[in-house]
Ligand binder design. Structure first.
Ligand code: IPE
Ligand code: IPE
Ligand code: MG
Length: 225
């Protein structure tokens, strides 16, 4: 049996708050350590041969959290772009952003536009979901399809935020929760899923590498035989 390697993996990075709580630390520290896990993962991607990694960083429902927590998350985003953009450029990473990111604070939108421009020539794709909700994404895509006078599954799919990315192979969620929380609902139709108990700040490139080996052993059928 020939092994098929995953090209596009998406991760719901969950469990920062619980990681902090377990240690008697504020949630903000959990988020900081979560950012470090992202950095570690992006730096460790090279040997895995992925075409695209998509990370769920902030959902359209995460605005419901306290003002302090939302503020902490936005500040971490600012800090991360500033500190890691040169690394992305040096490492041939091409940044994509999915979700309604234009609705974020104007200074963040500006930083993201700059990051997109600076990484446009990269070949390893990193997609970050910011202010992302699948219902919103599908509704926006359907509205565009309707405007073009063609409301078919194909026409909607071609207008999703992920239209430029390869088809989703594997969706991973950390922290033991077994739900999608409005992430990539359309794209997950035939994706493989993996739910692991590890809390996001403890996630390492080895976890991803293991998930990819696990994926390669699965048999995907897409309804046929
Ligand atoms: C994931 O960790 C990060 C974001 C949603 C931004 P959580 O903050 O959801 O952590 P838990 O689920 O409370 O442990
Ligand atoms: C999903 O996690 C969003 C991100 C990881 C960015 P949540 O922690 O917000 O999801 P729920 O509330 O447990 O469903
Ligand atoms: Mg959570």
């Amino acid at each position: 049996m020939g092994e098929v390697r995953a090209k596009h993996v998406a991760i719901i990075m969950d469990g920062n708050g619980r990681w902090a709580k377990k240690r008697g630390l504020p949630r903000s520290i959990g988020h900081q350590r979560g950012v470090e896990a992202v950095r570690r993962l992006v730096r460790g991607l090279e040997p895995m041969g992925l075409e695209c990694l998509t990370l769920y960083a902030f959902s359209s429902e995460n605005w419901k959290r306290s003002e302090d927590e939302v503020g902490d998350l936005m500040n971490l985003m600012r800090k991360f772009i500033k500190s890691d953009l040169p690394d992305f450029v040096a490492n041939d990473v091409k940044l994509h952003i999915i979700g309604d990111w234009q609705a974020l604070a104007p200074d963040i939108v500006e930083m993201l536009e700059d990051a997109l421009a600076q990484t446009a020539g990269g070949s390893k794709r990193l997609a970050v979901a910011l202010n992302y909700g699948a219902h919103d994404e599908i509704a926006r895509a359907a509205a565009k399809a309707a405007e073009a006078g063609e409301v078919t599954a194909q026409a909607i799919e071609a207008r999703l935020d992920t239209a430029d990315l390869p088809p989703l192979d594997l969706l991973i969620r950390t922290s033991g929760e077994i739900r999608l929380s409005n992430f990539l609902l359309w794209q997950a139709a035939y994706a493989e899923m993996l739910f692991i108990d590890t809390l996001w700040p403890d996630f390492t490139p080895e976890h991803l590498s293991q998930a990819l080996d696990d994926f390669a052993r699965r048999e995907r059928r897409y309804g046929g035989r």
